[in-house]
Design a protein around this ligand. Structure first.
Ligand code: LLP
Length: 432
């Protein structure tokens, strides 16, 4: 394989095959990374995260929208180093639990730039959001409204420094009954959804939220789904939202899809997506009122790759290449049938049909069903690109497998930002 091969955009920006034909990410040789830090490992190109954050912000600026904000959906990669980087780039942060709120605050997001989500927020979660004075609470259901009313009556907000009654800004999450073309498990815009207020309920919810002292209803939120590869559903959502009234703040959620395979069609670019959202909001609202979006996957998926080591190769009907990770570090193939590429990290361009299997005790633990690899052997390092979103986030300890480290790479320097879990970590919480 020639070493000047241009890698597809599935790989982090700046990735290349070096003189030895080995994959380099963030200027670091992945074979060396595997040697130094072990496998499996999540390897992230720091500059890639940064440049995507900048592209989102610049796209808003280029569209001339003064009050446009990019809110990182922390669920995509809830790791302190990632959050710190996005906080430093001026993004806001979407959190969906007390845990994500803790991570966001700990990483330095100003509370005013935090947006709290959730379809089952506990009283404790709401209380801590109120006490911390997060920027926005996105209200999902009538029980949550009851809970907020009770907490406010209980003085959870206190009074402002100037002695005036404090207010918590809220948005109402609504389901605009718009369906994007994506996996059913990550489609959320339809009326029959576990998220938000649908149809007629939305009017009642807005009226109630408007009447509660201590709440400032600022606007509407809609997230129609994830891994969306077309822009029309976003435009349709804007046309639906305006029917609910003219509010000063809109949050149109996340959802921009990414490329997982080189042969997959190019999704809309960040610029096209931001431009389309801004145009749609402008057309519906007749102006540039505050507009938020909440990208997760589009900020981090292609910034990361996972490195594995081959443990065994077996030929029966298929050629089974088993590696040292699997459904404990990437649940997406098993949950959504998500397709990934795989390559031997120092022999790209293989042609042998293989099944890249994980090490877990079930047949469903297949990372790539139709991998093409170059004569894989035990000890080889295999890389799967585009694992920077919802991999680390959904990692688990199935079969007692410790979770992988996160390694940031930049200009040829690698640093561990999350260490590998140890065997001791597996017994750390035992109460006996
Ligand atoms: N905002 C809200 C309210 C959300 O629920 C989500 C994702 C996002 C923003 C970010 O969406 P994104 O830009 O990443 O598409 N585990 C699944 C994805 C679940 C997405 C859940 N909500 C996966 O691995 O595909």
């Amino acid at each position: 394989m020639p070493t000047d091969t241009i890698l597809s955009e599935v790989f982090p920006l700046g990735s290349r095959l070096n003189d030895l034909g080995r994959l380099e990410v963030g200027g670091c040789d992945t074979i060396e990374l595997a040697r130094e830090f072990g496998t499996p490992a999540y390897v992230v190109a720091e500059d890639d995260l940064r440049s995507r954050a900048r592209a989102f912000v610049a796209a808003g600026r280029d569209a001339g929208h003064e009050d446009f904000h990019v809110v990182f959906a922390s669920k995509a990669f809830p790791c302190t180093a990632v959050l710190e980087l996005f906080a430093a780039e001026g993004l806001w942060c979407d959190v969906a639990s007390a845990g994500e709120l803790h991570l966001a605050l700990n990483a330095g997001f100003a509370p005013a730039r935090i947006v709290l989500h959730g379809n089952a927020k506990s009283e404790a979660e709401l209380r801590s959001a109120l006490e911390r004075r997060v920027g926005l609470i996105v209200v999902d259901n009538f029980d949550e409204i009851d809970r907020l009313e009770h907490l406010l009556a209980d003085g959870a907000l206190g009074v402002s420094a100037d002695g005036a009654t404090a207010h918590q800004a809220v948005l109402a999450r609504v389901t605009p009954d718009v369906r994007g073309d994506t996996h059913e498990k990550i489609s959320t815009g339809q009326a029959d959804s576990k998220f938000g207020f649908a149809g007629a309920q939305a009017g009642d919810a807005l009226a109630r939220l408007q009447r509660i002292d201590g709440l400032a209803l600022q606007g509407l939120h809609a997230h129609i789904g994830s891994q969306l590869l077309e822009l029309e559903p976003f435009r349709a959502a804007a046309r639906e939202l305006i029917k609910l009234g003219d509010f000063p703040v809109w949050d149109l959620g996340g959802g921009l899809g990414v490329r997982y395979l080189a042969e997959q069609a190019q999704p809309p670019t960040i610029e096209q997506y931001v431009g389309a959202i801004i145009d749609a909001a402008r057309a519906a609202r007749g102006g540039d009122q505050r507009l938020l979006i909440e990208p997760g996957r589009a900020l981090s998926a292609n910034a990361g790759v996972t490195l594995y080591t081959v443990e065994s190769v077996k030929q029966n009907v298929s050629r089974w290449v088993a590696v040292d990770g699997g459904m404990s570090d990437n649940m997406r193939p098993m949950l959504y049938g998500a397709a990934y590429e795989a390559h031997v990290a120092d022999r790209f361009g293989g042609a042998e049909a293989c099944v890249l299997a994980g090490k877990h005790c079930e047949s469903g633990d297949v990372i790539v069903r139709d991998a093409r690899l170059d004569d894989p052997k035990p000890g080889d390092v295999v890389v799967t690109p585009a694992t920077g979103a919802y991999g680390y986030a959904m990692a688990n300890n199935y079969n007692g497998v410790p979770r992988p480290p996160v390694i940031f790479c930049k200009d040829g320097d690698a640093r561990v930002v999350v260490r590998r879990e140890s065997l001791e970590d597996l017994t750390m919480r035992d109460a006996v």
